[in-house]
Design a protein around this ligand. Sequence first.
Ligand code: FMN
Length: 190
Amino acid sequence: MERVKLEVPEYKSTISVEEAIAGRKSRRAFKHDAIKRREFALLVWAASKAPSAGATYPLELYLVIGAGAVEHIEPGVYHVENGYLEPHKDGDLRVELATACLRQMFIADASFSIVITAEYERTTRRYGERGIRYVHIEAGHVSQNIYLECEALGLATVAIGAFDDDEVAKVLNLPEAHKPIYVMPIGVKI
Ligand SMILES: Cc1cc2nc3c(=O)[nH]c(=O)nc-3n(C[C@H](O)[C@H](O)[C@H](O)COP(=O)(O)O)c2cc1C
């Protein structure tokens, strides 16, 4: 696995934000086509552009990428860090991820999944208990950005909240401080 620089692509879609909102829905069927590098970069960009309470930025994104599923990117788990995808764990782990999501096996058909995790401490340090609420709200913002960007690109996604936290952490080999909140499988729409 190699470190991947995330280019910031030109962001201009052919549909309006209103059309994306109107067309958005949860889609659980995916073609096995590879996602184009530009589309991939746009999705990671969109996921990173959400507001954050007090700019505490508690969320950390991990990507579970399948074999031959994203143009020019090797399969594996990557961590999004400062404009790069840092290799985190080897191998196509889509089936393991789907299994950890209470056997919602359609997740394994997606080209890749964005797993939204949080380091709660960054926000609770400042806001106490209320910070927990803020972290969850922020995950919702990221998820909605992904939904709308998928709609703009003709891709399919669905928010997954039903999973075994420990199993997802194990499959991704997450550091103890990064708690999984949401899984967003993404693929080409059927
Ligand atoms: C917090 C949350 C958790 C969800 N978890 C799952 C899930 O585990 N599996 C799934 O198939 N859909 C899941 N969904 C998607 C909902 O089923 C979907 O949004 C709902 O049926 C409305 O359909 P729509 O998104 O097409 O408007 C979840 C949605 C939210 C907001």
